[in-house]
Design a protein around this ligand. Structure first.
Ligand code: SF4
Ligand code: SF4
Ligand code: SF4
Length: 352
């Protein structure tokens, strides 16, 4: 790829041919706000808040879809640019119901962040009186369309990334809003509750039900780890408050999942704190399972394996590996079956 030089706010910036002005600016630490653009859903050109001035080009240009060119001169924070951004944000604020104090997205909302950065106290436009009741029909997701800015991120995520094709824009004019299938409640739609849309939503329009009221972003510690459910190894952030997992999100920057998760990985974390979780081995005694020490469980297992091997031969024993444990543990199990037990009867739960 050919390197090119352009000028942003008086600074000489090197980037590569084909890159957008937005990307070139961000790679060089120059702030341009966005609401509809997300690196995973790519340019949408919907919100128009990323406008910049370009020498020699008429009007303002949308930097998320403007290709950087050799010797281009770009200005990202002129009075005209800032006034335009302010007007766009004020229109967003007036066409929805935004009360940051009680909003679940407070502290992580991109609309709130842009409003703050632009120094907007309140919208100068009259607030529309539309009032959508919250859609709480999904077991895991709350939809509040009063906070939707029609950025299309959820639609792109559902249709192009998760490829579930549940979401689309419905209705017209000021009634335009995101719909599930043919405008069904989310819980009655074909939604598979992957949560891709929630992860991508820049506002409080889509939030995790189980995390509601469980803590503000600044109270929460994010711990990066690997999802325990299968062998894919999706990278997750555990959002932990007071030693309790209150939410799980996908890590966007890294393979293999780049932020996407399945329903189990994203929402199935209750087992971690379940009082019913097994913490000690169980051994059946007189027809009932009772908790025993690890020593007792391992001694019992070893003696039974020896008995069975002696009576019926090693081929009568089978080892099944587990998708929820590590490759190393599965390797040890395989080695144990082949070298210690003496059988090649080894399989894996992901194949059964
Ligand atoms: S969606 Fe964002 S701007 Fe709207 S109320 Fe919530 S935090 Fe505030
Ligand atoms: S949870 Fe997944 S399937 Fe359901 S609407 Fe969101 S992206 Fe689509
Ligand atoms: S629900 Fe969220 S992601 Fe979807 S269009 Fe509205 S603001 Fe954007």
């Amino acid at each position: 790829m050919k390197n090119i030089i352009l000028n942003i706010n008086g600074r000489s910036i090197q980037t590569v041919e084909g890159r957008t002005v937005l990307k070139a600016a961000r790679e060089n630490g120059i702030y341009i706000p966005t609401l509809c653009y997300h690196p995973r859903t790519k340019q949408a050109g919907k919100c128009r808040i990323c406008v910049v001035e370009v020498e020699g080009l008429p009007g303002l240009r949308i930097s998320c879809s403007l290709e950087a060119k050799e010797n281009m001169v770009v200005l990202t924070n002129t009075e005209r640019v800032l006034e335009t951004r302010k007007m766009i944000v004020e229109l967003y604020l007036s066409s929805g119901k935004h009360n940051c104090i009680s909003c679940e997205a407070n502290g992580r909302c991109e609309l709130q962040e842009v409003t703050y950065r632009l120094g907007i106290e309140k919208s100068t436009f009259p607030v529309l009186t539309k009032d959508y009741p919250p859609d709480t029909s999904s077991p895991m997701i709350i939809r509040d369309l009063n906070k939707c800015i029609q950025c299309y991120r959820c639609i792109a995520g559902c249709n192009n990334i998760a490829v579930n094709e549940v979401l689309d824009m419905g209705f017209r004019g000021s009634n335009m809003t995101v719909v599930c299938d043919t405008n069904k409640p989310m819980g009655k739609s074909s939604c598979v509750i992957c949560g891709e849309c929630v992860q991508l939503c820049p506002t409080g329009a889509l939030t995790e039900k189980k995390a509601f009221g469980k803590g503000r972003p600044w109270e929460i510690k994010k711990i990066k780890t690997t999802c325990p459910y299968c062998g894919v190894g999706c990278q997750v952030h555990l959002h932990v408050k007071d030693n309790e997992i209150v939410k799980v999100t996908g890590v966007e920057e890294v393979a293999p999942n780049y932020g996407s998760l399945c329903i189990k990985g994203r929402f199935g974390y209750d087992f971690v704190h379940s009082p019913e979780r097994l913490k000690m081995p169980l051994l059946r005694k007189n027809g009932k399972f009772v908790e025993v020490s690890w020593d007792e469980a391992l001694d019992f297992t070893a003696s039974r394996l020896l008995e069975i091997k002696k009576a019926r031969g090693p081929e009568s024993i089978v080892g099944i590996g587990c998708a929820r444990t590590t490759n190393e543990n599965n390797y040890v199990m395989m080695k144990f079956m082949r070298a210690a037990v003496g059988t090649n009867n080894v399989d894996h739960c992901a194949r059964t």
